[in-house]
Write a protein that binds this ligand. Structure first.
Ligand code: SAH
Length: 463
């Protein structure tokens, strides 16, 4: 099976850096079920494309599987040819850092939307062409798909469920890869391995940013999880809990692409981008993630070797457990594992574990702390831990009127103790500067509305 990804971003050869695969070399990788080959059919400054060829052994796959009725019960099967869960697994394995949105040599480009194309010569879509379009188009893709004939010599037999697909969009490479990772097996409708609870985590990890607002969300989730109802329920619960406010905040990204493509990027993603950007530019190498939740930011920072020491703290053991799972802490190579620690604790108590870090962030955390405890949080961070840089984000309550589904006067999340206007946030930050000897700069996250501002506000404190 085969997949080609190309770009016309200039210089197009940056694709090699983004994928961490040298365009000048053909490389092969061993997979559990065969081999993956990576090579570049086109390499020039104007156009560059990479091919992923996955070679599976169809007989080896069938051996020992006498039951069921999937394609894997037949020696002659389509699996070597059709894009499927094999291709998805190969993608995740071979291009893991690119899929996670990190790049050692081109970190900023990895976070930048660029013109990308993907060609899948054979993709099975049991639910047909309309479903194929309905999966990709809402994500901003221009979709060209032709149904392949069942048999070229017998035109009267008609079309098959197999399509030759060409996708085109301006987006981040990591987005394209995670869309393919989830949508190819969902459309194909089969998986070569047992689908269990860890599949829910893979789905949340790869699709948490774009699936909640996708019009085909439920269909994709059901197909991806092979219609196992308990898993679908679990996934839906987690997906929606994680993005309770984000679903509403799923906003048009007005800067997306010259062609006026309307793309949705979740506000959460934009927040992570903004904070990761500030941290990278600051030169910090040790970072505290205060109220780290399920480790969204830590995952990104962990993939960037500039961050040598990461400490995530949260008051919720459940959130920490999820973070450990999502970050695959148990399976990390020792060097990488040594760079990160998760600890339970409350930010309203002085804690010596928080001392000695270059930077700290509290992303969407202060609004969860009772106003009467906020002074304790301030002292923990600014008086005792005293990192050189502190990034704080919080909702801008003025923007709430733009969320159609939010009742007038309601907060974005049930657990929020307050939500501040831009002036209230500024006033709070200025008192901190005066009291603890920091200076502060403000920024916005998400689309800026001329009247009510952006959905999220950010303060960057430095000493
Ligand atoms: N920063 C994460 C999570 C934000 S949700 C992200 O952006 O994805 C807010 C988090 O703050 C929750 O995980 C909650 O458990 C944590 N939290 C709330 N009060 C806290 C406290 N006093 N000490 C530490 N963590 C706290």
């Amino acid at each position: 099976m085969f997949l080609k990804i190309g770009t016309t971003h200039v210089p197009a050869t940056d694709l090699g850096y983004l994928l961490a695969k040298n365009p000048a070399r053909h490389q092969s990788f061993d997979l559990a079920f065969g081999k993956a080959h990576v090579f570049y059919p086109e390499v020039s400054p104007e156009r560059c494309s990479v091919a992923l060829l996955v070679d599976v052994d169809p007989v080896g796959l069938v051996r020992g599987r006498g039951d069921g009725d999937g394609p894997l019960t037949q020696y002659v099967n389509d699996r070597p040819y059709a894009a499927s869960s094999f291709l998805a697994v190969a993608l995740a394995q071979v291009f893991s850092s690119a899929m996670a949105g990190s790049s050692r040599d081109r970190p900023e480009l990895a976070q930048t939307p660029i013109p990308l194309e993907a060609t899948i010569p054979v993709l099975r879509s049991r639910a047909g062409l309309d479903k194929l379009r309905a999966c990709f188009e809402p994500l901003g893709y221009e979709v060209q798909a032709t149904a392949l004939p069942l048999d070229e010599t017998f035109a009267e037999w008609g079309a098959s469920h197999y399509f030759s697909v060409h996708l085109k969009a301006t987006l981040r490479l990591s987005e394209l890869l995670s869309h393919l990772y989830v949508l190819i097996p969902a459309l194909d409708g089969d998986k070569h391995y047992f689908v269990g609870s860890d599949e829910v985590d893979k789905l949340l990890d790869k699709a948490g940013a774009w699936l909640p607002a996708h019009p085909e969300r439920d269909w994709i989730m059901t197909a991806y999880l092979k219609r196992r109802r308990s898993l679908v329920r679990e996934a839906l619960g987690k997906l929606l809990a994680e993005s309770e406010d984000e679903v509403q905040a799923e906003v048009e990204n007005r800067d997306a692409g010259e062609q006026g493509l309307e793309r949705s990027i979740s506000l959460n993603e934009q927040r992570m981008d903004a904070v990761a950007g500030v941290l990278s530019r600051s030169g910090a190498s040790s970072v505290l993630d205060l109220g780290c939740g399920e480790g969204n930011l830590l995952g990104r920072l962990l993939d960037d070797r500039r961050f040598q020491r990461l400490l995530g703290m949260d008051v919720s053991c459940m959130a920490l457990e999820r973070a450990a799972e999502r970050l695959h802490l148990e399976r990390l190579p020792p060097m990488k594992r040594a760079r990160i620690e998760l600890v339970q604790g409350s930010l309203t108590y002085r804690d010596t574990r928080l001392s000695g870090f270059d930077a700290a962030c509290a992303i969407e955390v202060i609004e969860h702390i009772d106003a009467s405890r906020l002074a304790a949080f301030e002292r923990t961070v600014f008086e005792y831990a005293q990192p050189g840089l502190v990034v704080v984000t919080t909702p801008n309550v003025e923007y709430n009127v733009r969320f159609e589904r939010l009742e007038h006067g309601a907060f974005r999340h049930r657990d929020h103790r307050f939500e501040w206007t831009r002036d209230e946030f500024k006033a709070w930050a200025e008192v901190i500067c005066e009291r603890y000897g920091y200076k502060v700069e403000f920024d916005t996250i998400g689309p800026v509305d001329p009247v009510v501002g952006a959905p999220t506000q950010m303060a960057v404190f430095s000493r």
